[in-house]
Design a protein around this ligand. Sequence first.
Ligand code: HEC
Length: 93
Amino acid sequence: MRLLALAILLAAGAASAQTTDGLPAGPGRSDTVRICTGCHDAGVIVHRTQKTAAWADIVQAMVEKGAEASSAEQAAIIAYLQKALPPKGDLAP
Ligand code: HEC
């Protein structure tokens, strides 16, 4: 029984380490996670990379919705997202 519990714990730990919410490591990541995953999960952001590099517009829109980020934090987040999640392939919607 104890071994089973340990195995479950290890499996859960491995699963969460693996997902790491899809946001690659990089400067600005911690601000992005802290500020941008309060209302929706990071998957919303990661998914968006397929469509546009217009992160400045998106961050602005989120601030209008209520994201609490100082202008320095917004700049850090935009810089991070542009670098971490560049557009992939063509920009078809
Ligand atoms: C105050 C709540 C809130 C916070 C904080 C927030 N968002 Fe959002 N976000 C939303 C809502 C609500 C939607 C979906 C509704 C919509 O698109 O109008 C959304 C949708 C999105 C989308 C998908 C929009 C699209 O057009 O595909 C992206 C990308 C996104 N958010 C990025 C971010 C980023 C980056 C941050 C950090 C700066 C952030 N969000 C912080 C509320 C928030």
